[in-house]
Design a protein around this ligand. Structure first.
Ligand code: ATP
Ligand code: MG
Length: 364
């Protein structure tokens, strides 16, 4: 079973939409899919037309030792779901004194590992013991994000958290990739944000980091009104509008994920870009293996542009900002920091260096 946490602490970026529709697309390909709603907002549960109050769900799993098999429900789209409801918000305080609270979900999964091909966990837009359970239970994370002005906000902090969890709790954890959601193809800003992200990932390839082998998925999930409408009908995009762009995009994403026997190299896009220009180079299959940065020629143009901007910036005595997220900032998840003693390690804080003032503001 491939275990994927769909995570981004930024809200409204497409986590739940990706969880439902990627899962449904995989189910249409004959895959056995288990979804876990780890968000007290219960959007995943509602999206699938179920009510978290009817029967045990994630809350009981985490706080009452309920067996996972008892909490699983079938959905119309052929997937199985562990549902959520608002009570789950109380789990954080209820688990505060529980030893090993961050491994509860992982332990629950052991009994069903051979029953499913895929596990997709829909995470809440926050760092909490719930998110920590997802990061410990998963082998991979997929990060939906929007390539716009604020799209990269918080990615550094998220990756710092992933690094801490990988170091201290789950050495197998790696970032599989970034999915661009609600994508507006052809805008200059989207191209710049994607290029910054691509360069950031490329720079990590020479290091031993959980995102060293991450990719930006080729498939862009375009903005599509049918994707916004289908939750209110309790349906996946395939049941609601199977011929829409939204259905096409999630089908393509599932094919991309199914087809990958290896984790591909990061994409570095042209600045500005059109949606069709992005390509992805081949890369070694093994995560955590250091290798040379693979950067397309477009990166040279981007670097040139960056140098021009820096030059301009020096002339006007306004240095380009280099935002940096410290791992021990108050924003870091205390739950992780307290779980085990911090190892003495070199400073490998996630840092995304912006190429433009606009994207610079996006990562502070
Ligand atoms: N590609 C898309 N085109 C149009 N609307 C979309 C698309 N993807 C998601 N939406 C809509 O955007 C809103 C936010 O999406 P979604 O709920 O998936 O984000 P989220 O990251 O799970 O949010 P939260 O952080 O609150 O859990 C929803 O109303 C959803 O229907
Ligand atoms: Mg959500």
């Amino acid at each position: 079973m491939r275990r994927i946490a769909i995570i981004n602490q930024k809200g409204g970026v497409g986590k739940t939409t990706t969880c439902v529709n990627l899962g449904a697309a995989l189910a249409q390909r004959g895959q056995r899919v288990l979804l876990i709603d780890l968000d007290p907002q219960a959007h995943l549960t509602t999206h699938l037309g179920l009510d978290g109050a009817q029967g045990p769900g994630t809350y009981e799993l985490l706080t009452e030792n309920t067996a996972l098999a008892e909490a699983v429900r079938p959905t119309e789209s052929g997937m199985h779901l562990v549902a959520s409801r608002m009570d789950l918000a109380a789990a954080e305080s209820e688990l505060i004194s529980v030893v090993g609270r961050e491994v509860i979900l992982k332990n629950c999964l052991a009994s069903v590992a051979s029953d499913y091909d895929w596990l997709l966990i829909d995470c809440p837009p926050s760092f909490s013991v719930l998110t920590l359970n997802a990061l410990v239970a998963a082998d991979e994370i997929v990060v939906p994000l929007q390539a716009h002005f604020l799209g990269l906000q918080g990615v550094s902090r998220l990756l710092d958290t992933v690094r801490l969890v990988a170091e201290r709790l789950n050495p197998a954890l790696r970032v599989a990739g970034f999915v661009l959601c609600m994508h507006e193809a052809g805008t200059r800003l989207a191209g710049e944000v994607v290029a910054d992200l691509g360069r950031f990932i490329a720079e990590a390839r020479a290091q031993r980091l959980p995102w060293s082998a991450a990719r930006i998925f080729e498939t862009r999930i375009r903005r599509n009104i049918k994707l916004a409408e289908c939750p209110s009908f309790g349906q996946s995009i395939f049941a609601y509008a199977g011929t829409s762009h939204g259905a096409d995009d999630y089908r393509a994403l599932s094919d991309e994920i199914l087809g990958e026997s290896a984790v591909a190299a990061p994409t570095v896009e042209k600045v500005p870009t059109t949606a069709k220009t992005a390509t992805t180079a081949a890369a070694p299959a093994t995560p955590f293996v250091a290798g040379p940065a693979i950067v397309k020629p477009a990166a040279a143009a981007a670097r040139q542009q960056k140098r021009r901007l820096e030059e301009q910036s020096r002339k006007t005595e306004r240095p380009a900002p280099r935002p940096r997220i410290e791992t021990d900032s108050p924003a870091s998840p205390r739950a992780v920091a307290q779980a085990v003693p911090a190892p003495a390690a070199a400073d490998t804080s996630a840092e995304i260096t912006p190429s433009t003032p606009d994207t610079a503001r996006a990562v502070v």
